[in-house]
Ligand binder design. Structure first.
Ligand code: UGA
Length: 431
């Protein structure tokens, strides 16, 4: 089967490379010529473990192609995925202009029956809009479907190959059969398929992300109580998570969720509710708690610096919004570092992958090659991303390098008692 993926961002690229691995002939399309040239040369334009190998293999074996020619890709394909960006507009709504533009072009280039599938995260009702736009431009029969992705950055290939579920939103049996066939390697290993309406599939994606964000904001809220009561939020989360109805995942307190999905999707879901006359109170509270959590982190830092940030030397470990990615979009670390700089701190920072993107948005920060260079001469070391390489640091060395041994462990990487015993002033989140 030939398929096209329009948009070679995170979702499009991973999806294309993984379908090629399934044996499908995939053409990935993007209007960015530089991106396409890099991908044609086998150089991934994003940092994702395992992706480079899949792209090289797909290119070498002739199942994966990259092009800027949308017309040709559409004409050759039975299934066309729309995987372009849906960023937040000013008012928090999802900006669908790229989806609209691509739908119009696909409509013009249709040369026979095809299934057009939205993979981008879009509000319920977008599939109907895509159907209308394509219908206005097309001269042949087509089907529209929604097939949301549930890929985590840093684990996207594994998530694609072994997902918890595949959601297909479509009302047309012919298109459903084609999509099931496309996903047959997953069907054969008993991955559950949820076949539903286009609108329901679109909502499933937002509901899933909003629920995960809710778990994070909930435990972050509990961490405030733990700070006040002297309880250990880690034990609270662990004991809660052992209840199978709750589950252990997404109960790690920290500086708030970030990334390209949760912040944008919770805002878009809240906005969708408002446009439909529904005040989604939980979603709104989740967003508010997340914003407040970032402020709380600043308060913790100010407190451990004895109430004065101005002129203080602070080292920051981790800038990416989570480990195993170079993505800094809506990263709490970027917000917190910017605020520290604005408050007059002298900040040094490092990250195993995200220095380059961070240096484009953070001014007045000295970037260091590693943890020890970052710690040198500082009065406070702040952990903001829980990279594995930060889990076994030589604290004797760090203590000897620092001007004053103090740690703000905003990802709860270390046992507080361990660092206190070593002579560090310590603050964590809810413990
Ligand atoms: C998220 C979802 O997990 C994916 O299922 C979804 O497909 C994706 O969004 C998307 O919509 O495309 P991702 O943004 O890659 O994936 O990252 P997560 O691993 O979910 O983490 C998001 C944020 O929550 C990070 O800032 C992370 O540090 C934070 N987080 C996560 C916590 O603070 N606590 C936790 O317990 C878990």
């Amino acid at each position: 089967m030939h398929i096209a993926i329009v948009g070679t961002g995170y979702v499009g690229l991973v999806t294309g490379a993984c379908f090629a691995e399934f044996g499908v002939s995939v053409t990935c399309v993007d209007k960015d010529e530089q991106k396409i040239a890099a991908l044609q040369a086998g150089r991934p334009t994003i940092y994702e473990p395992g992706l480079e190998t899949l792209i090289s293999k797909g290119l070498r074996e002739g199942r994966l192609k990259f092009t800027t020619n949308l017309r040709e890709a559409v004409e050759q394909s039975l299934v066309i995925f729309i995987a372009v960006g849906t960023p937040s507009a000013e008012d928090g709504a999802a900006d669908l202009s790229q989806v609209e533009e691509v739908a119009e072009q696909i409509g013009k280039y249709l040369n026979g029956y095809k299934v057009i599938v939205t993979k981008s995260t879009v509000p319920a009702g977008t599939g109907a809009m895509v159907r209308r736009i394509i219908g206005e431009n097309a001269k042949c029969r087509f089907s529209v479907a929604s097939n949301p992705e549930f890929l985590r950055e840093g684990a996207a290939i594994e998530d694609f190959m072994r997902p918890d579920r595949i959601v297909i939103g479509c009302s047309d049996p012919e298109a459903i059969a084609i999509l099931k066939d496309l996903y047959s390697p997953l069907y054969l290993i008993d991955i559950p398929f949820v076949i539903t309406s286009v609108e329901t599939a679109e909502l499933i994606k937002y509901a899933s992300n909003a629920f995960l964000a809710t778990k994070i904001s909930f435990i972050n809220e509990m961490s405030i109580l733990c700070d006040r009561l002297g309880c250990d939020v880690y034990d609270v989360a662990r004991a809660m998570g052992l209840d199978r109805r709750i589950g252990p995942e997404f109960l790690h307190p920290g500086p708030g969720y970030g990334g390209s999905c949760f912040p944008k999707d919770t805002r878009a879901l809240y906005h969708l509710g408002r446009t439909l006359g529904c005040d989604l109170k939980i979603v709104n509270a989740v967003i508010e708690v997340n914003t407040r959590q970032q402020e709380r982190m600043i308060e913790k830092i100010v407190a451990i610096l004895d109430g004065e940030v101005h002129g203080k030397k602070v080292g920051v470990l981790g800038l990416a919004f989570k480990p195993n990615t170079d993505d800094i979009r809506e990263s709490p670390a970027i917000y917190i570092v910017s605020r520290l700089v604005a408050l007059g701190a002298i900040v040094k920072a490092t990250d195993p992958a995200a220095i380059e993107p961070a240096s484009r948005v953070l001014t007045d920060v000295t970037f260091c090659k590693d943890e020890y260079e970052t710690a040198e001469g500082t009065e406070l070391l702040v952990f903001l991303t829980e990279w594995n390489k930060y889990r076994k640091l030589d604290f004797e060395k760090i203590k000897s390098l620092m001007q004053r041994p103090a740690i703000a462990d905003l990802r709860n990487i270390y046992e507080p008692d361990y660092l206190k015993r070593l002579g560090f002033a310590y603050v964590g989140v809810g413990r």
